[in-house]
Design a protein around this ligand. Sequence first.
Ligand SMILES: [Mn+2]
Length: 407
Amino acid sequence: MIHQKRRKKLLSQLDEGALVIISTNPEQLRNGDVHYPFRPHSDFWYLTGFTEPQAVSVFSKDTYTIFLRDKDPAREIWDGKRLGVSDAPQVLKADEAYSIDELKTQLPKLIANATDLYYDFKPCTLDDEIITHLAKTQYQSLATYVHEMRLIKDDGEIELMQKAANISANAHQLAMQKTHIGLFEFEVASVFDAEFRKNNAEHAYTPIVAGGENACVLHYIENNKPLKKGELLLIDAGCEMQGYASDITRTFPISGQFSDAQKQIYQLVLDAQLRAIKSIKPGEVVSKPHQIASDVIRKGLIKLGLLKEGKELSEFYMHGTGHWLGLDVHDVGEYKQAGSHREFKIGMVTTVEPGIYIRKSDKINPVYWNIGIRIEDDVLVTKTGNRVLTQALVKEIDDIELLMREK
Ligand SMILES: [Mn+2]
């Protein structure tokens, strides 16, 4: 069982008498007695494979104990089945299982023999009394160790991420084909809702479906405006498959044909993205893709007369070129080590997502107004360089126009 292996690997990096205490996310109320759909904490999920709320896992080299919700026939009629204490040891490969209600009495006993405690405070199932108890004991943070492990994906994780990437890429293609003047952004967004659910996946984050000037608002999620002639549509949407995220952005003309000005800016972003992706390989510094993408965009904008030599690029390109991807869409793992950028390693997955955003301004030729373009793919670092997990989805100008003509 992969989770057992991960716990073992984690413990092998800690002191001999180490005891790890890790809890999952709390449930969140939406309103009244209605909760948001529950999503386990990624670190907890990674180490236990357990997806129910109100659970705490405690383990050392010698023993693994899990605290979870009791079976409750009355509650289960309303909220669904629970694993329960008696089946937990076998299903979760634990030595002992207790009701979460027993945490208070059992935890001090488990802690008593440990020489080093590892725990991260976050809003969790551990109640104040336990926190108080822990506070009397010295403990260290666990997060860095788990996050370094999560940064390097194993074969099973890569397989899930490829599945997520395929579902998202297909949904983007369908959305491009469905798009036409007069639709509302939410009608295009509904393609992703349907495609993700159809594949037993869900949104990894709130999708951005931004027509025209809305694309210049980086985290636009209202998704409620009509699509207009002559404008571009930027879609940033990706699904989560058994916990693993994909993250894709495409930008395309609502009418199916780019204007000349749109083509110029689009090709510049695409060149920047392709060059940045090409730089990704084991041993290259992780800051390289951003450095390359920024250089390409800066030079291109100067050539088009949109940026003056020596001026800040951030007026048009104000975000980074990528982030780690995994159980979290902005995944864990440091970008720097001892103050300097670290190097890419086999098994890391990063997004590559340069963009150019041109707002209305007296200083800019109106043909460029309200052009907001971002192109984003998910890239796995491999032995020989990299593999683009989202390769299946078109992004060349001709390919996009052809796809939209043939719908
Ligand atoms: Mn992203």
